[in-house]
Design a protein around this ligand. Sequence first.
Ligand SMILES: Cc1cc2nc3c(=O)[nH]c(=O)nc-3n(C[C@H](O)[C@H](O)[C@H](O)COP(=O)(O)O)c2cc1C
Length: 387
Amino acid sequence: MSDVKVTDSVLYVGCDDLDIDLFESQYHVPNGVSYNSYVILDEKIAIMDTVDPRRTEEWLEKVEKALGGRLPDYLVVQHMEPDHAGSIQKICTKYPQMQIVSNAKVFGMMPQFFDFDLTGRTITVKEGDTLSLGSHTLTFFMAPMVHWPEVMVTYEASEKILFSADGFGKFGALSVEEDWTDEARRYFINIVGKYGAQVQNLLKKAATLDIAMICPLHGPVLKEDLGYYIGKYLTWSSYEPEEDGIVIACASIHGNTKRAMLKFVEILKEKGAENVKFFDLSRDDMAEAIAEAYQYSKLVVACPTYDGVLFPCMEDFLYHLKIKNFQNRKAAIVENGSWAPMSGKLMKAYLEGMKNITLVEPTVTIKSTMSEKNLEELNALADALLA
Ligand SMILES: Cc1cc2nc3c(=O)[nH]c(=O)nc-3n(C[C@H](O)[C@H](O)[C@H](O)COP(=O)(O)O)c2cc1C
């Protein structure tokens, strides 16, 4: 959207993508996604990042319009992932006098993605280096593993803008109005969630800067109440729950585990639980289930045994939690099986492999359909979870 206003001299030239089926071939984005890019106009002109190849031509037109007949001096590359770096070769070919400004890791990766001559076109920066554009001065901070190892962010001192790369990004095209928090959480936990320590390191660097505005590579430019967004990032990256509540992640083949878990939701609510979120892992959005597991303090996993192992959607859920460093939660297990229930043991092994998970025991074992005894056990489990 070209009408996104940053400042008089920092122009938004990013592009919405409402046609994409899955972001990173995995995440549903019902409201699309934006690939953000910015042009800083001064005595020298810098372009901040490029866009996904899906939007190269639209972006090149926007950049040309923003340049107003001038030529760009610099392309700053903060991240080599194709949704941001995918148009580098095209813009470098269009503007052969333009220099590329980035760090050594980026320049190491660039020939892996592109086939054009970088000789004489690169300016390599490292932590704390500055680049003057005139009245604007860019300072570069390395942010390794705030998604990929080559990531850096850029601070512009005169207008107090942090160009935050994937940090503070969000799913959703800018032409669609929606709440920031849920889609930013779903983006952060699923995409950057593994790298909490690295995000905390970046937040420490950011705390030394006077920031009035955050310009991320996805989602809206953040101009007000920055403490709110930074607070969310501090919580998410520390793996602490945002609020007390229970997520029930349920797999079910024929519906008996699901029926038992929906009854469990009723029981919890009758006992006064306020935040109870139910996910049918076969049908509901996996990335949302994962994000909400991070949002709340307690997790219940329920799954039938399937050929001696877990029903695949539960395996997928727990695998995602594991690789995204899920930790610091209370958890409980409900298993099901008609002849030799195994799923409880397998879910327990997953949870025991995660850091600081307090298991609320015992595991409830359903044999095919929920019995009167199971009902009592679920009541007891609800009491233990809510204690
Ligand atoms: C393909 C398939 C494989 C199964 N494998 C096992 C198994 O290895 N051990 C077991 O005890 N039950 C097994 N079951 C039975 C289910 O775990 C059991 O019927 C359970 O109650 C299903 O719960 P649901 O109604 O929530 O799907 C299997 C069922 C299916 C359909």
